[in-house]
Design a protein around this ligand. Structure first.
Ligand SMILES: *Cc1c(COP(=O)(O)O)cnc(C)c1O
Length: 231
């Protein structure tokens, strides 16, 4: 049986290779894309091993689990990305440990995030909905709501508007969805030229995301293995 660190190293090597190849095919440099390893459902000990293997950014989607892990790993030099659905009554607590909050999708979250930022700027990404009209709505601000939400974030000096985040809708070709995202981003960058982060792409679709300009990919199961099934 191989040790956990060997499993993680193999997963990381594989995903880093995929990112490098996707960048080459897109005519981009591999260092333009940051790998955020999504550690949800996996223990703090895995975060520690990943940091030993050179991982600089980790992602979590549930507040209590994320808070506990960030606390346990406070000695590590990793950036914590909050990528999950946010409740406004938890937003201040999330901003206290998260370096980047990727899932900001409504104005109600903005003031509590600023209040929780605890003396250092927290980076904010606006999560954009890529749902086609009539589709089941997943999370994210509708495209037409992006300018107003960006303006709200800009009112708070505790928050740094860093860019956009999206998840490809279920049942749609991710290439088509990320092509729409690239257009949304073009308009957004014209107004916010310094907010250049584009977080898109997961284990199954990172190549499509890199082809459409992602600067950050969020990859979990391709590195850590399948998540435990919650019954
Ligand atoms: C879980 C999750 C990921 C990682 O998904 P994998 O398919 O395991 O790579 C990425 N982004 C978000 C928002 C997630 O919740």
């Amino acid at each position: 049986m191989s040790a956990r660190i060997d499993e993680l190293r193999a997963g990381l090597d594989d995903v880093r290779g995929r990112i490098t190849r996707a960048c080459r095919e897109a005519g981009r440099e591999a260092d333009e894309v940051t790998l955020v390893v999504v550690t949800k459902f996996f223990p703090a000990s895995d975060v520690r091993l990943l940091a030993d293997l050179g991982v600089t950014d980790v992602g979590e989607n549930r507040h209590q689990e994320a808070e506990a892990k960030a606390h346990e790993c406070a000695d590590l030099d990793v950036r914590w990305h909050f990528i999950g659905g946010l409740q406004s009554n938890k937003a201040a607590a999330v901003a206290a440990y998260a370096d980047v909050v990727e899932s900001v999708d409504r104005a109600k979250l903005v003031a509590p995030l600023a209040r929780g930022a605890a003396g250092r700027p927290v980076q904010v990404l606006l999560q954009v909905s890529l749902d086609l009209p009539g589709a089941d709505h997943r999370s994210g601000v509708p495209v037409e709501g992006v300018p107003a939400l960006a303006a709200r974030v800009g009112e708070h000096e505790e928050l740094e508007l860093a860019g956009l985040m999206a998840v490809a809708p279920l049942g749609e070709d991710p290439g088509a969805a990320f092509a729409r995202l690239a257009e949304v981003r073009r308009d957004f960058l014209a107004e916010h030229p310094r907010a250049g982060v584009l977080s898109a792409g997961m284990s199954n679709d990172l190549e499509h995301a890199v082809a459409h300009g992602a600067t950050h990919v969020r990859v979990g199961s391709a590195i850590l293995g399948p998540r435990p099934v919650i019954l």
